[in-house]
Design a protein around this ligand. Sequence first.
Ligand code: BES
Ligand code: MN
Ligand code: MN
Length: 458
Amino acid sequence: MSKQFDYIDANADRFKSELFDLLRIPSVSTDSSAKGDVRKAAEFLSQKLTEAGMDEVRIVDTPGHPVVLGKHLKAGADKPTVLIYGHYDVQPPDPLKLWTSPPFEPVEKDGKVYARGASDDKGQAYIHVKAIESWLQTGGELPVNVKIILEGEEEIGSPNLVPFLKEHKDELDCDMVLVSDTAMFAKDTPSITYGLRGLAYMELEVFGPDRDLHSGAYGGALTNPLNALCEIVAKLKDENGVIQIPGFYDDVIDLSPEEREAYDKLPFDEEGWKKSIGITEVSGEKNYSTLERKSARPTLDMNGMWGGYQAEGAKTVLPAEAGAKISMRLVPNQHPDKIAELFAKHIETIKPAGVRVKVTPHHGGHPAMTPLDFYGLKAAGKAYKDVYQKEPLFAREGGSIPIVADFENVLGVNTILMGFGLNTDAIHSPNEHFSLDDFHRGIKTSARFLEVLPEFEK
Ligand code: BES
Ligand code: MN
Ligand code: MN
């Protein structure tokens, strides 16, 4: 291994400057005017995979953004095959005025790189490209068979990746998937994520009178859609934080006593966590800890809300309509379509008289879990230990990577979530950043993982 580690150390500056080049490409998948830039990022990565020495690299077009596919299968049929997954698309950078430096002009500050996509997921995905290079450019071969797919649509719900998986099912045949698109539990605390939440995302619109009305001339004599929306939302949870949609919890697998015990032992600094987001009190579902609430329990939250007058000063008006975007994070074995249906049905039954509601589901995703006894996790644990000199922790995370459930359903394999980010990296927010030290250690951990994996029995 020292050969690969030496190579990674010797080339650290070049790896960093290549990552900066990737971060300069504004590959915002949801912005149709950035289509060319999204493609540019795919081309950049395909070129880097080729330069790394991978045998077969190509860009596969889809009805949306392209998938970069690479294969290097020289280890032999008796060695495991790892499919690496990452995404090169990023979230929009707005609000721009809150960035201290432009989002697509990466800058290094205090050992971190600041740019949109630094942590989610360009920095973490590029780790594996450089780990592959460290094996193929030091006179050797990869110790296991490696396939890699890098997609450009994760942040818009991966609409074309499931069809891609199905179409290339044989070509993507593998023993496991390796993903770096999650966070470590804390700084210098290597962590393996064994569960992700799913998502059902709903838009709720409430309609009342056929136009905005004078709130004096009409107010008090009809249902105000904005008031109605607040009433509806207020009824969705009780005072214990329990979601009131009938059937919502039917398929929830509760944390096992062993899991709760393990959760209690995790070194979670609740005070520090509150401080880090500027709150003084936590809240949530009764009888669950903060850690459980934010990773292993389902949620219901408004993500946005509108209606009526929002500009300067006061305008006396009853709005004709109001609306909200509501996310429900799901846990195994909740089904996003079923939850969306239950939500829509329930809204009809609780809406006040005098308004009409419309519920529109947006893209969702299934929750996912990796069994804790999966041999790939043991190999990942060893790789982390060898680089970070610490045993990794095991925890579930609250975010969603919907394709992970499809790796299991379509390809029939488990996913190893080997995260190198931190929850404080400000992903999706202004001033996103990624520790360059973890970028460097991540490359070593990935390279080491590929080496130790064959030692672990299926
Ligand atoms: N990398 C994140 C998911 C994530 C974030 C996992 C934090 C663990 C911790 C991913 O890029 C993401 O943003 N996912 C979306 C999914 C959605 C677009 C379907 C999410 O979780 O909101
Ligand atoms: Mn991501
Ligand atoms: Mn994201």
